[in-house]
Design a protein around this ligand. Sequence first.
Ligand code: NOJ
Length: 532
Amino acid sequence: MTDDAAWWRSAVIYQVYIRSFADADGDGTGDVAGLHSRLDHLAELGVDAIWINPWYPSPLNDAGYDVSDYRALDPRFGTLDGAAALIAAAHERGLRVVLDIVPNHTSSEHPWFRDALAGRHRDRYVFRDSGDEPPNDWKAMFGGPAWTRVPDGQWYLHLFDVTQPDLNWQNPEVRADFEETLRFWFDRGVDGFRIDVANSLVKEDGLPDVGERGQHDPGPHPHWDRDEVHDIYREWRRIADSYDPPRVFVAEAWVPEADRFARYLRPDELHTAFNFDFLKAPWLAPALRTSIERTLREHAAVGAPPTWVLSNHDVARHVSRLARDPRARIDSSLDSLLGVPADLELGTRRARAAALLIFALPGGAYVYQGDELGLPEVEDLPEEVLDDPTWQRSGHTERGRDGCRVPIPWAGDAPPFGFGPEGTKPWLPQPAWFSGYTAEREAADPGSMLALYRRALRLRRELPALGDGPLTWLDVPEGALGFAREPGFALLLNLDAEPFAPPAGAEVVLVSGPLTDDGLVPRDTAVWLTNR
Ligand code: NOJ
């Protein structure tokens, strides 16, 4: 591991959705021992760090984002000793470890909420008297009202599932407890945290109605992006900075206004944030360029490095999104893709080009487990296995996010594809076609997505131009993108232009797909060039 304290400015971070990564004990759920056994895959891939989705004790009503104890592991995932061994083993391989912290809400199984239900310390949560009607018109993210009534007549707030009561961040006890949790894991060698719904936490005094305002609408909102939330992160930053080496944060913050978003990344607050604007941009040159420029501008204003994300555990896998017409009315959810014709070969070609784009852009990048295998979304999971609360809370009208959470295929020709020992029944069923995407198969195929990711990440480490730093746009045909990075690097990406020639004299060091017979860059293809 490099001892560079600014590692996070250029890091490629691999997201481990632990439940679906690798299952050592064969109970169908991924675990720490499974992840430990697959660390070499990640080291060979060439990433700098891993971010592990919540592994804490949880009823798993929202796949672990409903935490009942922040300082332990769910026995299904492992033990504290196992976690310590994993952290040490990751560090030995030069991989840093980032955990996921969920400060907006706990599980309803958390001892605090049980106490609250028994009538004690309700001020750790948001309880209100309000007769037979909920205290306001707020809606839960998974559908239905954001308030539920308890038997003695009070209502409690839950912006997500009914089993995820919102904490009251005006209560100093809540603040102190989270600071203790940060220290608990930092003391155990954890290098940083991803902060779940970092733009929530603080609610407007008086809890006024939200009216017609949507989450992504600009302007003040009673429970998103309140100014006071920044005080919390300033305190967290002081704690992270008190460690040697300093620990880091990445914010999950869906904040639509660039200047509001950038406030989370001021030098005394959080280090980085996921770039969802880019994730949502359609595969069209003007849209991508606008998103990239906006990203660079807003981050430069606060001196923070951008991050580039194609997929995560909340969106449909990008191979499947890119398989659709970029002008179709789709967003990042599986539900928006269903019924829109898909060409997976095209989606894969574009995903290869997209990978070369994100690894060449300034700053850091995220790889969601399975991206490196080019896994498509599983769009047709049987309804009876759907586990995402969205499915229940939408009254079975939205399938939700399970299609990107299907356990990873590692090897072999039939389920469980090496996810667990022979005979393991994965918690979500793997389709037969996963046999075409196993890590084993792709490792043996120089034309695979895995081979491309490995080559790109190796080159990214070798080429001093890549990672943090500026870019200069190049003059390229309409429908294409091109930029230079110093010293001596350029990326060309043809989305929708006639095939065009790379500049004379430049050396092609990596391509996402074949060039034409005349050496031109065809559609849906990216090229890395050096000029040394
Ligand atoms: C964002 C997480 O990524 C998502 O999976 C979760 O459902 C919500 N936050 C609620 O914690």
